[in-house]
Design a protein around this ligand. Structure first.
Ligand SMILES: C[S@@+](CC[C@H](N)C(=O)[O-])C[C@H]1O[C@@H](n2cnc3c(N)ncnc32)[C@H](O)[C@@H]1O
Length: 260
């Protein structure tokens, strides 16, 4: 096989900058499918447009748009939204780069606002969550629904002390192999801290490790009843919550449902 000089360059250097962040995001979030049936069900019941908060590269937004729904995908990360736009060609998807705690879409009102995959636990505690809930309420039409997935329990482990932990997720892009493995979960009264090792291996055999970085995600610890109370304080009313069952690879989640 003859490679062009551009292909040779792509094979010899791993992804950089935003492309690398997109790659890690897809690797760590993209394979999760257990929640999609619920988002489809809620979208089918929504008589209007849908706002996906913390949309990332569009795991849920693209799925719903392929089903004919009009989606506004909001995220603060412009690199992830750029990837979403490239994948959304021909679909009814708009992107908005904004902070979930402070967005203003100029009077637009949605029938459904979703926050999949623990996005509400990334906002930085109760005050910031309240700011998001108020913004979400302001963007819902009367009777519109806000649905937020949260993880309430996660078993702690530590690979440094001999726990096996989950197996690594891995992908090969332009000859390089990227792996991400959760190596530690710490649970305290306030937070759930998830540590991952992200490794990149070069294209030539024997494949050498080119880089190792540690990634740390801090989730606010939150119960469904606490989020419901906050929702009510933000002017929403609580509906019966839903759940997404655990799978072999992923923990289950509660989905808190609030109505405007
Ligand atoms: C766990 S990912 C979920 C991505 C996608 N919704 C999915 O389910 O695959 C959380 C997303 O929330 C975004 N995010 C975190 N904090 C945010 C904030 N304050 N405002 C807007 N987006 C935020 C991140 O950039 C990331 O894309």
């Amino acid at each position: 096989m003859v490679l062009s000089s551009r292909e040779r360059r792509q094979q010899s250097s791993p992804a950089l900058g935003a492309a690398r962040e997109v790659l890690w995001h897809d690797l760590e979030c993209g394979a999760y499918r257990a929640d999609l049936a619920l988002w489809h069900e809620l979208a089918e019941q929504a008589p209007g447009q849908i706002l996906d908060v913390g949309a990332g590269t569009g795991r849920v937004a693209l799925e719903l748009a392929r089903d004919g729904h009009h989606i506004t995908a909001l995220d603060r990360d412009g690199g992830l939204l750029q990837a979403l736009r490239e994948r959304a060609s021909g679909l009814a998807v708009e992107t908005v780069q904004a902070d979930a705690r402070a967005f203003d879409l100029g009077g637009r009102r949605f029938a459904l606002c979703i926050a999949p995959m623990q996005t509400v636990q990334l906002l930085g505690g109760s005050d910031d969550r309240m700011a998001f809930l108020r913004r979400a309420r302001a963007h819902l039409r009367p009777g519109g629904v806000l649905a937020c997935a949260i993880v309430t329990t996660l078993d702690p482990f530590d690979c440094d002390t001999g726990d096996a932990g989950p197996s690594a997720e891995s992908t090969r892009v332009a000859g390089h192999r990227y792996t991400s493995r959760a190596t530690r979960v710490r649970v305290s009264t306030q937070s759930i801290v998830i540590e991952r090792e992200r490794r990149i291996f070069g294209p030539r055999a024997p494949a050498g490790e080119l880089s190792l970085e540690r990634n740390v995600v801090v989730l606010d610890r939150l119960s469904a009843s606490e989020l419901e109370r906050e929702g009510v304080a933000a002017g929403l009313s609580a509906l019966p919550s839903r759940s997404v069952a655990a799978t072999e690879e992923h923990v289950g989640s509660a989905v808190v449902m609030l109505r405007a």
